[in-house]
Design a protein around this ligand. Structure first.
Ligand code: NAD
Length: 369
């Protein structure tokens, strides 16, 4: 196969790139269907004023790997709409519905929510073309953030990583950066498993308590709209303080690139389980691996959300979603950590190899391989 037109194509994909422009509607969007060997592509729609084709491709490829690594019967795709997501609701509805009608025939792609789109947008799309995931409960959706789909997966990944590192999860000290949909539920699920949550942070700051924070009380505090720093049951510090907290498990659940070459040496954890996407730069990953820190890569540990979406798409309910998340993330974390140790390679390389092999095996069953 040739190099392709855009410079980022390879043997896996993308299979289709759709560029949509509609002057009257003000619609400018791109859909990348990266690879559908494992099944119909699932991936979110990102709405932002500065999205690009290359970003869309990279996000689509990340979905190919995440879905394959999770063992889902889905390929990877992504859509970007160049627009301000904070536009007035009627205008947004017109735009999203217009986008939906424009992708009606692109049946290889099932849209889901991402930055700038939500379950209401998915409901509009379903109404137009009959397919979308991340739907409201009334339409058969499973509210993945409310049930803590990704947080559960992280807790299960921690169980497996602790076993590999020879650390009992019960009593293990955990620090979590970010106390939103992902971080909150990770804290809850880990506290249920006997771990000691010694620090959490949000965008305002960090709260620390060496003997373990009262997670239920902190959740109630946060639900009142308060920052974690005003919680009475701990000592408050600035947001950056979370990085140097002595602990067994450190969980990034906020933003990309928070651990980089400049602060990787400050991290005092034995295990890092990534909730956020790409929270550690490649250079920092190398520093941490060299120090013997066990890393569970993002697309293995944080696949709970997309597993939940796949269960929803297949017509399953909430309890099936939770059971499937636990089962798949346990098996995949185990497979990645065992392979990394057996082959003495970084865990990210082991995870990517596992995902790539699944996609390539699925491609080999196709008529033209
Ligand atoms: P969210 O908006 O609900 O929560 C984000 C949290 O991070 C908030 O508590 C915010 O205060 C905090 N935060 C922001 N900047 C911070 C900083 N500099 N220091 C410390 N905390 C900071 O988002 P979410 O849904 O919990 O997602 C968190 C991350 O996980 C994102 O990177 C997201 O892409 C990724 N992710 C989410 C899911 C999911 O199911 N929601 C799945 C996979 C990956």
């Amino acid at each position: 196969m040739g190099r392709g037109w855009f410079g980022f194509e390879d043997v896996l994909g993308p299979e289709q790139i759709l560029h949509l422009r509609h002057g009257k509607l003000g619609l400018e969007a791109i859909v990348v269907v990266d690879n559908t060997a494992c099944g119909v592509a699932i991936g979110g729609i990102r709405m932002a004023p500065d999205v690009t084709l290359e970003e869309c491709f990279r996000l689509a490829r990340a979905m190919t790997f995440k879905n394959a690594a999770a063992g889902l019967r889905h390929g990877g795709g992504k859509a970007v709409i160049r627009a301000d997501p904070a536009m007035p609701a009627p205008e947004k509805e017109r735009l999203v519905r217009g986008f939906a009608r424009a992708i009606r025939a692109l049946e290889a792609y099932v849209p889901g929510p991402d930055m700038g789109t939500d379950e209401t947008a998915m409901a509009w799309i379903r109404d137009e073309i009959g397919r979308a995931v991340g739907l409201p409960r009334e339409l058969g959706g499973i509210p993945l953030d409310a049930i803590g789909a990704t947080g559960l997966g992280l807790a299960v990944a921690c169980e497996v990583a602790c076993r590999h590192a020879g650390i009992p999860l019960e009593g293990a000290r955990v620090a979590i950066q970010g106390f939103g949909a992902v971080g909150r539920h990770a804290a809850r699920r880990l506290a249920e498993r006997g771990a000691r949550i010694v620090a959490v942070s949000d965008s305002k700051g960090t709260i620390l308590e060496e003997s373990g924070l009262d997670v239920a009380a902190l959740l109630a505090h946060k639900a009142r709209g308060e920052p974690v720093t005003s919680f009475a049951g701990g000592r408050s510090a600035d947001p950056a303080a979370i990085v140097g907290v002595p602990c067994e498990i450190w969980i990034p659940a906020a933003r990309p690139d928070v651990i980089h070459e400049g602060n990787a040496d400050d991290l005092r954890a034995r295990i890092v389980v990534s909730g956020a996407n790409i929270p550690i730069t490649a250079g920092a990953e190398a520093i941490l691996e060299a120090r013997g820190v066990l890393l569970v890569p993002d697309f293995i540990a944080n696949a709970g959300g997309v597993i939940c979406a796949a269960v929803e798409y297949a017509g399953g309910d909430e309890s099936e979603a939770l059971a499937t998340i636990a089962e798949k993330i346990r098996a995949n974390t185990e497979a990645v950590l065992t392979r990394a140790r057996g082959e003495a390679i970084p865990t990210r390389r082991a995870a990517e190899a596992l995902a790539r092999e699944r996609v390539e095996k699925a491609m080999a069953f196709r008529r033209f391989g």
